[in-house]
Ligand binder design. Sequence first.
Ligand SMILES: *Cc1c(COP(=O)(O)O)cnc(C)c1O
Length: 229
Amino acid sequence: MTSIAEKIEVVSAHIRHFEQRYHRAPGSVRLLAVSKKHSAEQIRLASVAGIEDFGENYLQEATEKIALLDDLDLNWHFIGPIQANKTRGIAEHFDWVHSVAREKIARRLSEQRLDSKAPLNVCVQVNLSSQAGKSGTTLEQARALCECIDLLPNLNLRGLMAIPAPLPDLESQRTCFRQLANEFERLAKQFPAMDTLSMGMSDDFEAAIAEGSTLVRIGTAVFGARIGQ
Ligand SMILES: *Cc1c(COP(=O)(O)O)cnc(C)c1O
């Protein structure tokens, strides 16, 4: 079995390789290690191997690990669907939220973020595949949500995020990601602080990097398969 450090080396080498292949600036794609269902010990190993950004989907599981790893200087990203009763905990414990899809959630996060902390970094989640039951605003509604977030005092609008339905080949993955990248370019003209295009997972990060992703969210390729899934 390969160690977490070895897996991280392999994923990082792939990211650097795809940056080159698709004429992206070296170092322009950041690796967010998705640690849901993996233990605090595994996160510690990934941190020793140089990872500083971790993504979590479930508030309670995440806060337990965040407390156990309090001695490390890590950036915590919330990437799961957000119920209104979870916003306080998210605003309290996280540095980033990638999955803001509704105004109501954005307002609560801003109200509940302590003024003593830096503003919460926020990406708007877009539902590219119009998947029923999946969260995310439509591409058409993304601008209105960005305008709302931009005015909220304790949120920092940083970009867009999407989780497309699995597609079988590079070309169809690229076509899908391109829609988000085009909207991101348009919005970044209106909101110059937007610098983050959060797209790409273990099975589609080559396509995402080809289309301009600045942050890939990788779980399985970094930590191995998740138990119970
Ligand atoms: C679980 C998850 C990932 C990572 O998925 P892998 O296929 O394991 O790389 C990325 N983004 C989100 C939003 C997730 O929930």
